[in-house]
Design a protein around this ligand. Structure first.
Ligand code: ZN
Length: 270
């Protein structure tokens, strides 16, 4: 087990999209019972508030904004955030099987809450590190457009800087109010593909660099979605101290940017 493998457990947007597809199977079902422990219910008034609010709701659809899963109902919208280790289970079926390999094995004590439907099925949240949260009618106003559906027009707004040079492009990519759903590994992969130094101030990106980044943004989301996760990017084989770029053999650089450990190639991203 390497450090890189451990990072792969963090549910990023592609993993949450797979949870959304799993949750699609309960559209039409009615909740007969809900429960949550104090961690899952931390953003609510109490665990009892979750049980009370969800009882008798029928799921009418699913949606997602960035890493926030949304269950639409005939009443309030239910939100689920997965934190660092959260996994959605439908009767034991995980959205992402790979999340259960390694250190995050399944343990029933890590089932922190969920709902039971009128047909007997259960939708559960498994979360060893207790950072997953339930929400009722979550506030979406602080989230930017969804990263999986980002249009060129939205991208152009995303890279716009009002004053000065703006933040490093890596930090802007991680800013959920600008675009929702880009986590650390996805941001590094996009910059790797776009041949951009992650420290480049957003406001100083040239037209050509913006074109490359938009192309890399879209290709990262679509190809990693097909490969099966945010941890399957082209730069991942080089993502360790002393690593060499898988593309050109250049030395990989490590620094903290936007509060997160960032890897980039000193040669083609220089
Ligand atoms: Zn390189």
């Amino acid at each position: 087990m390497t450090f890189g493998d451990t990072l792969a457990r963090v549910p990023e947007i592609l993993e949450v999209e797979s949870y959304r597809q799993l949750a699609d199977r309960v559209v039409g079902a009615t909740i007969v019972r809900g429960w949550a422990d104090g961690y899952l219910a931390k953003k609510l008034t109490s665990p009892a508030a979750w049980a009370r609010s969800v009882k008798n709701l029928t799921i009418t659809g699913t949606d997602r904004r960035g890493k926030l899963l949304l269950l639409e109902t005939n009443g309030p919208t239910l939100g689920v955030r997965f934190g660092m280790t959260g996994v959605l289970l439908l009767d034991g079926d995980a959205g992402i099987e790979g999340l259960f390999y390694g250190p995050h094995d399944f343990q029933s004590k890590w089932l922190r809450g969920g709902v039971e439907f009128d047909d007997g099925r259960k939708l559960l949240v498994h979360d060893p590190r207790r950072m997953a949260r339930f929400e009722i009618d979550p506030d979406l106003s602080e989230l930017g457009p969804d990263a999986l559906r980002l249009t060129r027009k939205q991208f152009d707004r995303f890279v716009r800087v009002e004053r000065g040079d703006g933040p490093a492009i890596k930090a802007r990519l991680l800013d959920q109010s600008r675009v929702a759903g880009v986590g650390n590994l996805l941001a590094d992969e996009m910059l790797f593909r776009a041949s951009l130094d992650p420290r480049t101030p957003t406001g100083l990106l040239s037209g050509d660099e913006k074109d490359r980044l938009f192309k890399a943004f879209r290709s990262t989301m679509s190809s990693l979605g097909k490969r099966g996760g945010s941890h399957l990017g082209d730069h991942m084989d080089s993502r360790f101290p002393g690593g060499l770029c898988s593309r050109d053999g250049g030395a990989m650089v490590i620094a903290t940017i936007g509060g997160r450990t960032t890897y980039w190639c000193s040669t083609h991203q220089g």
